[in-house]
Design a protein. Structure first.
Ligand SMILES: O=P(O)(O)OC[C@H]1O[C@H](OP(=O)(O)OP(=O)(O)O)[C@H](O)[C@@H]1O
Ligand SMILES: O=c1cc[nH]c(=O)[nH]1
Ligand SMILES: [Mg+2]
Length: 209
C-alpha cells in the first residue's frame, strides 16, 4: 500500500484554517493555496534521489549531494489543481507540467474528462498529481488511470483537503500511489462536498461562484 501522509505542519494547518473560512475572497484564497502547495511540496519531495557531486568551495574541494536529475512532472487536475502549480514549480523549477481537464457531473458526481496534455516522456517521469480536493475520489482515480495508461509509474497525489471516502477509493483502485494531504476531513455531504471542507475550490480560486 502506498503512503498516506496527513501533513500536520503548523504553517499548513494555519493557512488551511484561513482558506476554509467563507469570508476569504478570491485574491487571498489564491495566494494561500499557492503557499500551502509550496509547503506540501517540501514534504512530498523528501524522498527525491540525491547523488554525489564534487564541488569547490572558496576554501576546499569537497563531495556533497545534489538532486539526481530524476525527471519530474507536475500534473494539475483542471481547474482547481491549477492553483497549486506555481507554488510547486517555485521549488522544482525544472519540472514539466501536464494538464488533465476533468469536471464532476453535478448530478451523478461522476468525473468527465475533457482535456489531456502531458509531457511526451511522461513514462520516464515521476508525477506529482495535484488537486486541492479529494472528495468521492472519482476524479483522482480516473486521472491516475489516464497517467498510467500513458506509462507513468511513480505517481504521488497531493491534495489540500480529503474525505475518508476519497482516500479509500484511491487506495483501493491504485494501492501503489502515495497520497499527501493537508487535512483528512470528516465526511462527504449529500451533494458530495467535503465536510467541513472549504466549499468549491475551483469556484473560490477563479471567482466563478
Ligand atoms: O473526488 P471527486 O468527487 O471527484 O471531487 C473532487 C473534484 O471536484 C472538484 O473539481 P470540479 O468538478 O468542481 O471542477 P473544477 O475544478 O473545474 O471546479 C475538485 O477540484 C476535484 O477535481
Ligand atoms: O468539497 C468539495 C468537493 C469537490 N470539489 C470541491 O471543490 N469541493
Ligand atoms: Mg469545482
Amino acid at each position: 500500500m502506498g503512503k498516506f501522509v496527513e501533513m500536520d505542519h503548523p504553517l499548513i494547518q494555519h493557512k488551511l484554517t484561513m482558506i476554509r473560512q467563507k469570508n476569504v475572497g478570491t485574491k487571498d484564497f489564491r495566494a494561500l493555496v499557492d503557499e500551502i502547495a509550496m509547503l506540501m511540496t517540501y514534504e512530498a519531495s523528501r524522498d527525491l534521489q540525491l547523488e554525489d557531486v564534487v564541488i569547490e568551495t572558496p576554501v576546499a574541494t569537497t563531495t556533497k549531494m545534489q538532486l539526481a536529475g530524476k525527471k519530474l512532472a507536475v500534473v494539475p487536475i483542471l481547474r482547481a489543481g491549477l492553483g497549486m502549480v506555481d507554488g510547486i514549480v517555485q521549488l522544482i523549477p525544472a519540472a514539466k507540467i501536464g494538464h488533465i481537464g476533468m469536471y464532476r457531473d453535478e448530478e451523478t458526481l461522476e468525473p468527465v474528462e475533457y482535456f489531456i496534455k502531458l509531457p511526451e516522456d511522461i513514462d520516464q517521469r515521476d508525477v506529482l498529481l495535484v488537486d486541492p480536493m479529494l472528495a468521492t475520489g472519482g476524479s483522482a482515480k480516473d486521472a491516475i488511470s489516464a497517467l498510467k495508461k500513458r506509462g507513468a509509474k511513480n505517481i504521488k497525489l497531493i491534495t489540500l483537503v480529503s474525505a475518508p471516502e476519497g482516500v479509500k477509493a484511491v487506495q483501493d483502485a491504485h494501492p501503489d500511489v502515495d497520497i499527501y494531504t493537508g487535512s483528512l476531513d470528516d465526511s462527504l455531504n449529500e451533494n458530495g462536498y467535503i465536510v467541513p471542507g472549504l466549499g468549491d475550490a475551483g469556484d473560490r480560486l477563479f471567482g466563478t461562484m
